[in-house]
Design a protein around this ligand. Structure first.
Ligand SMILES: [Zn+2]
Length: 440
């Protein structure tokens, strides 16, 4: 730990040093998979590859991807951790289960070394986002599979107060009586929390909340949403991100907030690919693609070229803070993507456009799919939007303005229905942006 960085050597290493380190670690990781993971041994043999084929870091693009459904099938075949487990069963120290948003849960095992690696990445990330000794941080992300690795980091730097979700009063107590000053939560939670405070007659600005670490979904990076949260609590919000599969935490914004820095140097190797062709995309400012991550020194379930399904845009490759890890913003997930007359549309991008009409809208919206695709995805797409306005004339203008903006920015036709604030369902964990109004 040196002032601005948790691990200056890793976070400010030149790209050449990082490439050299990653190549060396990758060679060892692939040899380890070949020797100890039946799943990967088969996968490599099937692709006619041997570990020695990796002669440079660029050769990684020859190696096959790992898809989430393969991990699920591997665990069905050999529960609980699957045929991809590479360490002895008695070396597993922690097992996380994912929330299983799409079907049955998957399990993620960690050895003692894996736990340390996740903790190191979390320490770098939260330090980047401004966590400092003395901070007292309630965490309300219990559905997150990786909350324990965040707690490890908070306990190393400051003080952690675990609070379950749906425990609003307990969370308020953490600020009032335990003098909490920060908060770790999902991006959609702060406004939900603010509404709960106001309902109890508490001004959010009197709470003492100074810093929010938000992640788990796009949202904290939308300027209008960010401003609304910061004004409401008189605080600063920074975005952090990780994933239960490849690393609990790996990305974080610094004070300059030009996208989330990659901070897991030496632990995972990130790539960008075209989701359709699978071809590699060079990492440079403005590049967009799907994030693919490879473990570099994991023991229990190392993942080779894991397709995260997160679509990201590279925001910068040189930041005034001195960190050399490139910056990203997550713009959506392939799983959520709607294809409207051949145009890819992310619900989170629709929300961004609607949120830009703040304060006339509060950013709450729900896309209503009337039928299964392709019929249900035919334009005009029906979207409900909460409005703060009472005036019919103003609402007619707002409806037209949002429809025009969606057509201009996202190239699809929408029909907006304005509804009063509080109409759409609230979720304490993650906002749901799409409602399927039909039987699947
Ligand atoms: Zn920076």
């Amino acid at each position: 730990m040196t002032g601005s960085y948790w691990n200056a050597a890793a976070e400010t290493a030149t790209p050449e040093v990082v490439r050299e380190l990653h190549f060396r670690k990758l060679k060892a990781q692939i040899a380890y998979l070949w020797n100890f993971s039946p799943f990967y041994r088969e996968k490599l043999e099937h692709a006619d590859l041997v570990p020695n084929r990796l002669r440079s870091l660029d050769d990684l693009s020859l190696f096959p991807f790992t898809e989430k459904h393969e991990l699920r099938e591997s665990q069905l075949a050999e529960p609980p951790l699957g045929r991809h487990r590479a360490c002895p069963a008695d070396a597993v120290r922690r097992i996380y289960s994912t929330s299983g948003t799409t079907g049955r849960p998957t399990y993620i095992g960690l050895t003692a070394q894996d736990i340390n690696g996740w903790k190191e990445a979390a320490l770098r990330a939260f330090w980047t986002a401004g966590l400092r000794p003395g901070a007292i941080v309630p965490i309300v992300v219990s559905p997150f599979v990786v909350a324990a690795s965040y707690a490890d980091a908070f306990e190393t730097i400051g003080t952690c107060i675990p609070v379950g979700v749906n425990m609003t009063d307990r969370l308020i107590d953490a600020f009032r009586f335990a003098k909490a000053d920060s908060l770790l939560c999902t991006s959609s939670y702060p406004l939900h929390f603010a509404a709960a405070l106001i309902q109890r007659g508490i001004d959010p600005r009197t709470l003492g909340l100074k810093r929010i670490f938000a992640g788990g979904e796009p949202g904290a990076s939308i300027p209008s949403v960010r401003k609304q949260i910061e004004d409401c609590f008189d605080c600063r919000i920074l975005e952090v991100s990780g994933n239960g599969d490849y690393s609990g935490m790996a990305w974080a914004e610094c004070e300059h907030r030009r996208g989330m820095h990659f901070v897991a140097q030496g632990l995972i190797h990130p790539e960008l690919i075209d989701p359709e062709s699978g071809n590699s995309i060079d990492i440079e400012a403005g590049a967009q693609g799907e994030l693919v991550c490879t473990s570099l020194d994991r023991e229990c379930i190392p993942l080779l070229r894991f397709r995260t399904r997160d679509h990201v845009i590279v925001t910068q490759t040189d930041c005034a803070c001195g960190r050399t890890g490139f910056g990203i913003r997550i713009i959506g997930r392939t799983d959520d993507m709607l294809i409207i007359r051949g145009v890819n549309v992310y619900p989170s991008a629709v929300r961004d456009v609607i949120a830009s009409f703040s304060p006339e809208t509060n950013g709450m919206m729900e896309i209503q799919l009337s039928a299964a695709p392709p019929q249900g995805w035919e334009p005009p797409l029906q979207i409900k939007v909460e409005t703060t306005g009472q005036n019919d004339v103003e609402n007619v203008r707002l409806k037209a303005a949002i429809e025009t903006s969606l057509r201009d920015k996202l190239i699809f036709r929408a029909e907006i229905t304005l509804v009063p604030v509080g109409t759409l369902p609230r979720y304490e964990y993650k906002a749901k942006l799409v409602k399927k109004c039909y039987e699947e």
